[in-house]
Design a protein around this ligand. Structure first.
Ligand SMILES: C[S@@+](CC[C@H](N)C(=O)[O-])C[C@H]1O[C@@H](n2cnc3c(N)ncnc32)[C@H](O)[C@@H]1O
Length: 292
């Protein structure tokens, strides 16, 4: 019974790939000169989402990072972005996730940046840091899991120094979901209900009046990130050798991308700068209340 279901899923995935309406695009490494020295495996290794270090490097370029700065990597997963930031910019990264980052220390050591990474197991809604501790906040493929509460923008901004930058990048919908959105687009349901459009994220942070949103737009390669990830996973392993979970995920992604003819499912980048207090400004509360 189990083997039959696996065969069915493999054949359905194979059929979807055969019927795919256009070639799945692979992003050339040469398009990202800042990733010189990285391989295609490095770009995707340990990343739990699309975009890999392509998205991470474009996000990081928005932050004016220099050696010695303290950066908060919110919901870092396995910490590949934390290692990337430490290696490329010499910043000290606090790599936070609610799940244990089992391989992070080994990978940080292999990259020669173990002393620049502090792994912290915590809920991003209950961060164990002091006010204004960080020069920058970085959050990739994660903000929608915990950051949609109206109280989250003022909460997370408390940890940023005045004038410091936050950059977030992740999958998004070009416009908000509606009751008529085809079911194929509701990937990872119900988490996808918290996946929003760039305009939604802009307003979400702007209305806190604690930061200026400098950019909140679809990434120009936002659709390609999905296709590139599919290509990478297919190149890395034969369909028949994949775990059931991986096969299902790829099946759902390919089905979604095949239905999407005009870039409804993409990626976005949000970049904002925390306000500096005005000289006569009102005092901020000592500690933001945790949302959720
Ligand atoms: C899709 S993964 C992305 C991880 C990583 N940033 C990347 O791009 O590979 C989402 C991560 O968010 C983490 N996460 C979700 N909700 C969280 C929360 N409330 N606090 C801390 N981490 C959370 C999960 O444990 C997971 O590692």
């Amino acid at each position: 019974m189990g083997a039959k279901m696996t065969d069915d899923l493999s054949s359905r995935l194979t059929a979807l790939l055969a019927e795919f309406p256009r070639p799945l695009r692979e992003i050339p490494l040469a398009d990202f000169p800042e990733l010189t020295g990285y391989t295609r495996v490095d770009v995707h290794d340990g990343l739990q989402g699309q975009g890999g270090l392509f998205l991470a490097s474009d996000m990081a370029k928005r932050l004016t990072l220099s050696a010695g700065m303290k950066v908060l990597d919110l919901a870092c997963g396995r910490g590949s972005t934390s290692v990337f930031l430490a290696r490329k910019y010499g910043v000290h990264v606090y790599a936070v996730d609610e799940a244990p980052a089992d391989t992070l220390l080994d990978r940080a050591t292999a990259a020669g940046v173990a002393e620049l990474i502090t792994s912290v197991r915590a809920d991003c809604r209950h961060l164990p840091f002091a006010k204004e501790e960080f020069d920058a906040v970085f959050c990739m493929n994660s903000l929608f899991y915990f950051g949609t509460d109206d109280l989250y923008p003022p909460y997370v901004l408390e940890f940023l120094k005045p004038g410091g930058d936050l950059v977030a990048g992740s999958p998004c919908y070009r416009e908000e979901l509606t009751a008529d959105t085809p079911e194929e687009f509701l990937l990872e349901f119900p988490a996808c209900l918290a996946v929003h459009s760039p305009g939604w994220w802009k307003t979400h942070f702007e209305k806190s009046q604690r930061a200026v949103v400098l950019h909140s737009e679809l990434h120009p390669r936002g659709v390609e990130f999905w296709e590139d990830r599919v290509r990478f996973l297919l190149d890395a392993q034969k369909i028949g050798e994949m775990s059931e979970g991986r096969r299902q995920m790829l099946h759902d992604m390919v089905r979604m991308l095949g239905q999407d003819h005009d870039g409804f499912v993409s990626h976005f980048v949000l970049h904002l700068r925390k306000n500096k207090p005005s000289s006569e400004g009102s005092a901020a509360p000592e500690r933001a209340a945790a949302p959720g």
